[in-house]
Design a protein around this ligand. Structure first.
Ligand SMILES: [Zn+2]
Length: 295
């Protein structure tokens, strides 16, 4: 089976890649990390998640396409094309034609997406929310409702009002506001029910109002957990929060609680930037945690 798609039994999941691989030096992403602490887990982390020669964490930037009894949902929309991101050269003014081609290869055009769910509004999660048309940013998915947490949206809206374009690579102005102006944004509360078995799960810390999606399927719970877990490294080292976390302590608490719940309830976790397999399970191990295959 291709690792890019997965039948969940009652739902189908496919990865739509925008940027892979995206490598960040360990100390840049996780300021408290030391590579020697990862050596015992080399067999789990190389080659997909960590490059031991380069000292780099390896991430994928992709959407997760979820098809669930007639509803087509795109979870997070990556970096996007043509976005001005001068502070991050890999994201800056990209051509990025492969993303919509990958969607087409799945048999879908932009008009086929019913819902875009933004776990949070960082620039690598909202890029394809919009595209450039005649010099203006317009919603890429013309029929979609764009669902985002109200607390998350309101935080970035306020930041934008205080310092226009001076935060989060300018992503609110070019990738969120045009969707709001078009009347396609739905701001939701934690716990909101979006569809049969699909609900909004609060995962604060990495960003102020980060939310995941919980999907209940015939006795199996799947959790799309955004950046609560950036990399399997954090399953071995759950106390490592990223440099980009809004509240690193809250991010740690959220991650630990999620990992404990994953063990207790045998959750299938789908982190936003996971490479290789689409998801993983978590087992308790020696007072900590270790990743296990999804199925
Ligand atoms: Zn991210």
């Amino acid at each position: 089976m291709s690792p890019d798609h997965l039948d969940l039994g009652g739902a189908h999941l496919r990865r739509i890649t925008d940027l892979d691989r995206f490598a960040l030096p360990l100390s840049l992403l996780f300021p408290e990390a030391r590579q020697q602490e990862l050596e015992p887990f080399r067999a789990d982390l190389a080659p997909w998640h960590y490059d031991f020669d380069a000292g780099a964490v390896l991430l994928g930037v992709h959407s997760l396409l979820l098809r669930l009894d007639g509803l087509t949902v795109l979870i997070d929309t990556c970096v996007g094309a043509c976005k001005p991101r001068p502070a991050r050269p890999e994201w800056h003014a990209r051509k990025a034609q492969g993303y919509l081609a990958a969607l087409a290869a799945a048999g879908l055009g932009p008009e086929d997406i019913d819902m875009v769910f933004c776990t949070h509004l960082h620039a690598d999660h909202v890029g394809w929310n919009t595209r450039l048309q005649d010099g203006r940013w317009v919603p890429t998915f013309p029929r979609a409702r764009y669902v985002m947490g109200r607390a998350e949206h309101d935080h970035w809206q306020k930041a934008e009002a205080q310092a226009p374009g001076q935060h989060n690579h300018g992503a609110y102005a070019d990738s969120v506001l045009p969707v709001v102006v078009a009347g396609q944004a739905d701001l939701v509360e934690d716990g909101a029910d979006l569809h049969h078995g699909l609900s909004v799960l609060p995962l604060p810390g990495h960003s102020p109002g980060q939310t995941g999606l919980a999907l209940d399927l015939q006795g199996r719970r799947v959790v799309f957990c955004g950046d609560a877990i950036h990399s399997p490294l954090q399953i071995f080292r759950p106390d490592w929060s990223s440099r980009f976390c809004h509240d690193p302590d809250q991010a740690r608490r959220t991650r630990r609680a999620l990992l404990e719940q994953a063990v207790a309830e045998d959750l299938a976790l789908i982190p936003a930037h996971l490479r290789g397999a689409l998801g993983l399970r978590v087992r308790g191990h020696g007072g900590g945690f270790r990743p296990a295959p999804l199925f």
